[in-house]
Ligand binder design. Structure first.
Ligand code: ZN
Length: 202
């Protein structure tokens, strides 16, 4: 499956001059909400991800996503795996399981995100789920920003990756972009202005 082409067709792989959440600048940006706005496309991607997970023989009881970004990807993956779908959400700076969702002792939970960058939110979700007595058996995302090592790809994870090395991480593709500090950004040096993705124009 050509995931990059699917992202491009959905206008979810933006090219321009962007300020990332880290404060660094880049000439590319993944807007994964755009790739999921077409339910058929979302199902196609989730099915491919579910196939990878099923082929590995991993047993999953429940998919849990960190809100808001992970919910659509998590829901679609749960549907493809034919398991329960829940989400945790931010409250007062931390993550919480709310809305009547319950966790059984020993329940096998997969944490799903749309994109894994360093895996920070995924790890926050994993911590809450394990505190409630479940076992986190895997992480999954549609896209991997190239900091963490995903199943089937033999790269050394970068120091920024927060996912543990002893739990498998499944993703469809790696999107490794060049990043620059604002001081060193070649696009800024050419005189262009960086925009924040998620704003009206991105
Ligand atoms: Zn710049």
């Amino acid at each position: 499956m050509d995931v990059e082409r699917i992202y491009k067709e959905a206008e979810a792989l933006l090219e321009g001059h962007f300020i990332l959440s880290s404060g660094n600048h880049s000439n590319r940006y993944l807007q994964s909400a755009k790739v999921l706005e077409d339910p058929k496309r979302a199902a196609l991607l989730a099915n491919a991800l579910a196939e990878m997970i099923q082929e590995s023989g991993l047993h999953v009881d429940t998919v849990c996503a960190p809100a808001l970004g992970g919910i659509l990807a998590g829901y679609e993956l749960a549907r493809s795996l034919d398991v329960r779908s829940i989400f945790v959400e931010r409250k007062d700076g931390g993550m919480e399981l709310r809305r009547g969702f319950e966790i059984q002792k020993g329940e096998k939970v997969l944490i799903c995100e749309d994109i894994i960058t360093t895996g920070g939110s995924a790890m926050e979700a994993a911590k809450i789920i394990e505190e409630l007595g479940a076992k986190v058996v895997a992480f999954a995302s549609l896209a991997n920003r190239g900091f963490c090592r995903r199943e089937g790809i033999d790269i050394t994870p970068k120091s920024e990756c927060k996912l543990p090395s002893n739990i498998p991480f499944y993703a469809l593709d790696d999107f490794t972009f060049e990043m620059f500090t604002p001081e060193e950004c070649p696009l800024c040096k050419e005189g262009s202005t960086a925009i924040k993705p998620g704003s009206r124009n991105a």
